[in-house]
Design a protein around this ligand. Sequence first.
Ligand SMILES: *[C@@H]1O[C@H](CO)[C@@H](O)[C@H](O)[C@H]1NC(C)=O
Ligand SMILES: *[C@@H]1O[C@H](CO)[C@@H](O)[C@H](O)[C@H]1NC(C)=O
Ligand SMILES: *[C@@H]1O[C@H](CO)[C@@H](O)[C@H](O)[C@H]1NC(C)=O
Length: 265
Amino acid sequence: MFPSVSSTLAAYVPLLLLLTNPCLAACTRSDLLAAASKFVTAVSTGTIASLPFSTNFTYRENNKAASITSTAVFSQPLKVDLSRSTADTVACASYTLVISASGPKPYVLATQLRHPDNGNTSVITLVDTIAATTGSLFFNAPKTLGYIRNETWDDLPETQRPTRDLLRKVGDAYLDMWTDRTAADSIPWGTDCERVEGSQYTRPCGAQLPRGGSQRNNGNRRYVIDEVVGSVDVLCSFDALGSLPDSHEIRVEAGKVKYVHTVTV
Ligand SMILES: *[C@@H]1O[C@H](CO)[C@@H](O)[C@H](O)[C@H]1NC(C)=O
Ligand SMILES: *[C@@H]1O[C@H](CO)[C@@H](O)[C@H](O)[C@H]1NC(C)=O
Ligand SMILES: *[C@@H]1O[C@H](CO)[C@@H](O)[C@H](O)[C@H]1NC(C)=O
């Protein structure tokens, strides 16, 4: 039997799209994670200036443009007690959490790296960092480290991976809870889910949620979505409570929220 015309077309269309549109699936997960790993090494050795920045490179710290070579955060080696990275092959971006708890100045850093659309991950076009330190919301780096070190962030089995669309919706619904009273109930909370906000721990994480009340939507959202580990990280301006530089990261396992992390300055 010959395959039908429609099934033959269905088989070839994705391939043709890939061949004719270099923006699609241009970045590989392993290249993105390798670039993120080089970033972590540069942070720990105080050699951030040696990273391969593009000519149009931008550094953003706590939602403001800054100079990466003269910022207080990266101008000295940081003791990296924990780092964990996720990768977004569609956006050609990665997200890395760095916890420096045992050095002279503690930090919890939520950083998104972005690369050119042509998929060349040996070039960095944007370093976008939310840098929490002493004085930031619920800040206590050793305590945060204790909770996050115990979490499991293995790759999910293929049958348990959430779609990109679901991850985006969960990330948005979470940030919408302060302005939209229906948002909290649209999120698939896991029964055994953990929330680490700064160093404040809540389990199950679906307890005590905001249900509207603020007039100001959390804005300027930047996403890193990783279906393989089931995570979405959103950097934003937390405008519902006063334009705070903020990162919200959520992991979804088998369709349910498992972990929530927030880093807020
Ligand atoms: C910077 O240049 C890269 C190509 O090197 C391009 O992909 C990217 O969109 C540019 N970014 C900005 C903000 O212009
Ligand atoms: C990636 O960009 C770097 C720096 O511009 C360049 O040296 C290298 O050849 C590029 N790699 C690819 C595969 O385009
Ligand atoms: C981490 O896990 C260990 C071993 O299960 C446990 O003893 C410890 O209390 C946990 N730490 C936190 C902060 O939950």
